[in-house]
Design a protein around this ligand. Structure first.
Ligand SMILES: [Zn+2]
Length: 318
């Protein structure tokens, strides 16, 4: 298989490794030997990609997880909104891939004017109809926003899903005011958990994740797009302990992402639990033992600046 040059740095030496996905089709991650940027191969068409986001992916009534977990997710979103509040001037804020709109709702409470972008009508429904937030459905490139209109643009675990992330960063640069804040969170392919778990790494999420950034390849992409990184955070209690736990379970149990599937609401699950009672018990027991270890490992990898996910806060230059 001949690999194309790296879109991040132009290097042509690329390594290819098989990647475990949630489906049956074989996928590979191509990785640039120079900058470490990775991408999923084969590339899927937009129609094929849509098949990986069935309505169940978002859950009934747009709730994906158990109500207790949903509350926890809300708490993390409040913390995130406060960090943005501290670093961005008041005005319009854009969340690209805003999901149900909870981050935007909190940002509105903190004085911002919220705007969102979503893939389809179904995923935009909650933000629009329940929270009354304006959401553009479709590509960011077709959104009716004026240049320089926004104080902050957020890609929260969405940049890795887009076919053209470098184009997205350029669009965000155009939409931001000078000095405006760009917030990007992605799984970190240079993390300790990625190195330990390999193809069993939970945050690899092939083929939904088309791009596999590491902290350094993301930083390079932001710099090339005209941003200066002002804060880099490797400690995410929202993402990283779970990334460890599920990756460790994937290494020792036969079914991939079984616990994750279980934590979803019934409508979002891919396999009924009743058919796997033995595995459910095993998984629970292992999870109870593994959870404290996962927290410890999260602290360790954050200390090493090799967090399972990384959050970058960057300012528009010029
Ligand atoms: Zn490269």
């Amino acid at each position: 298989m001949s690999a194309p040059a790296c879109p991040g740095c132009g290097e042509t030496r690329v390594a290819s490794a098989p990647a475990k996905g949630t489906g049956t089709a074989p996928f590979f991650v191509e990785r640039c030997r120079a900058c470490g940027l990775g991408w999923t191969s084969p590339a899927l068409s937009d129609a094929e990609i849509a098949d990986w986001y069935p309505q169940g992916y978002y859950g009934d009534g747009n709730a994906r997880f158990h109500p207790l977990l949903e509350r926890l997710v809300r708490l993390f979103q409040t913390r995130r909104a406060r960090v943005i509040r501290r670093r961005a001037a008041s005005g319009k804020v854009l969340d690209v891939g805003c999901g149900r709109g909870f981050l935007l709702k909190t940002l509105r409470r903190l004085g911002f004017e919220p705007h969102g972008v979503e893939l389809c009508e179904h995923s935009a429904w909650h933000a629009r109809n329940r929270l009354h937030i304006p959401v553009h459905v479709g590509a960011l490139s077709t959104a009716p926003y004026a240049k320089g209109a926004f104080s902050a643009v957020v890609f929260w675990h969405t940049l890795e899903h887009f076919a053209k992330p470098f184009e997205m960063l350029a669009l965000a640069h155009g939409l931001l005011k000078p000095g405006g804040l760009l917030v990007v969170a992605v799984p970190n392919s240079e993390s300790l958990q990625a190195a330990v778990a390999g193809t069993d790494w939970f945050h690899l999420d092939v083929p939904r994740h088309y791009w596999h950034f590491g902290a350094s390849s993301l930083k390079r992409a932001l710099d090339r797009a005209g941003f200066t990184v002002v804060k880099e955070d490797h400690f995410s209690f929202e993402q990283n302990p779970y990334g460890w736990l599920q990756s460790l379970l994937n290494l020792v149990t036969p079914r991939f992402n079984f616990l994750y599937d279980w934590l979803k609401t019934k409508s979002a699950r891919t396999a009924p639990l009743r058919k796997n009672p033995k595995q459910a018990l095993w998984t629970l027991g292992l999870a109870a033992v593994g959870a404290p270890l996962a927290v410890l490992l999260t602290v360790l990898e954050a200390g090493l600046r090799r967090g399972g996910t990384v959050e970058m806060y960057a300012v528009k230059r010029g």
